[in-house]
Design a protein around this ligand. Structure first.
Ligand code: PLP
Length: 365
């Protein structure tokens, strides 16, 4: 059963926050993940005290002992979600309850103390409330929120830690790609896999990323933008990118996407797009899709579009695919029509310019 602890957040204001003019200069072109707001949320956990010491503090470095468990055994998880400025000046979160649930499930997989959903959600709400002037007003702008938690116990023994530090930092983000996303070229990784059955593929943990970087580097060395991983058992079926799920649009208008099942991260963007598409009568099949099929369908024209999806970049069109000894183009290599339409529709819901029939948007008071 889920712990139902509720804590009040103690607030310590930053003694010298970024000035309005400096902040305005940053928000005109924030990029992604490079600049941060004035504050951060912190909650501590210990086996004897449970969750305690919830605070909003001035953002700054933290001290960690060299024997802190996370530095050795990587017991760490994170989340990524965004706060948006609504047309009337209000602020919204998109499906943050889903991030809370996934964070708890990631914690369970990594044998960490699960943070109660209410504490996760309140930490986000409190930080956004305090730092909401950091939400960029530029088109496509948002405040990217990065909750994370790590084993903070000072101990070199190999076991689940008995102390954790949970934190949230916030970073203003521009449109991930300015003026519509350009299509990316994917590299099909042959020797590296991202996740095997029974592994941590469905948990949002830093370790998955650490393991993916060499494959991502190979993709860049091959002149591609991103790596796409195949299943670890047969090395045939498309799983996902290093940090995004993948969808295929067929010539009959249906969508195919690899099924969840432990080796794929259950993306909230993925889930939202499946729901959105089905609500419009588009058939979405969660089924395995092999690289041979992918190649054949791209060449015959049966595959019309493909895109990657995730919170940070939303929808990224896939224009070309390259692997050892082959390369093929999808459609005309540019962004597909349904890809662009779904991107606009999801963005409209998130930004409050379109109705929210699924109750996904939370307006902050
Ligand atoms: C976070 C993540 C995604 C996308 O999830 P969203 O909830 O849509 O942001 C996809 N794959 C991996 C590996 C991820 O870490």
């Amino acid at each position: 059963m889920q712990d139902t602890t509720i804590l009040d957040f103690e607030f310590e204001a930053h003694p010298n926050p970024v000035s309005d003019s400096d902040r305005a200069a940053v928000l005109a072109n924030p990029g992604f993940g490079k600049v941060f707001t004035d504050h951060m949320a912190v909650i501590k956990y210990s086996a004897d005290k449970g969750w305690h010491d919830a605070k909003i503090l001035p953002r700054g470095p933290i001290q960690v002992d060299p024997a802190t468990a996370v530095l050795h055994y990587a017991q760490e998880i994170f989340e990524g979600l965004k706060a948006y400025r609504l047309p009337d000046g209000g602020v919204s979160l998109f499906r943050a309850d889903e991030n809370a649930r996934r964070f708890r499930e990631s914690a369970e997989r990594m044998a960490m103390a699960p943070l109660p959903d209410a504490l996760f959600l309140n930490s986000i709400r409190e930080l956004v409330r305090v730092d909401q002037k950091w939400i960029p007003e530029i088109e496509g702008g948002s405040l990217y929120l990065r909750p994370f938690m790590f084993a903070s116990e000072v101990f070199l023994g190999v076991k689940p830690a008995s102390e954790y530090l949970y934190m949230v930092i916030a970073s203003p983000a521009g449109a991930y790609f300015k003026g519509g996303a350009p299509s990316v070229t994917l590299w099909v990784s042959e020797h590296y896999t991202r996740a095997a059955p029974g592994g941590t593929g469905a948990a949002k943990c830093g370790g998955n990323y650490a393991a993916s970087l060499v494959a991502q580097k190979e993709a860049i060395d091959q002149g591609c933008d991103q790596v796409v991983f195949l299943d670890a058992v047969e090395n045939r079926f498309v799983e996902e990118l290093g940090g995004m799920n993948v969808m295929f649009v067929m010539d009959d208008g249906s969508i195919v996407t690899p099924p969840l099942g432990g080796t794929i991260l259950p993306g909230i963007t993925r889930d939202s797009l499946i729901t959105l598409a089905r609500s419009q009568g588009i058939e979405v099949r969660e089924e395995r899709y092999s690289t041979d099929q992918w190649k054949a369908d791209a060449q015959s024209g049966k595959l019309r579009e493909a895109f990657a999806c995730g919170t940070a970049a939303v929808l990224t069109p896939i224009g070309k695919v390259r692997g050892r000894g082959y390369e093929f183009m999808i459609g005309n290599g540019g962004p597909g029509i349904l890809t662009e339409r779904l991107r606009g529709e999801l963005g409209g819901i998130q930004r409050g310019t379109a109705p929210d029939p699924h109750g996904w948007v939370e307006r902050l008071p």
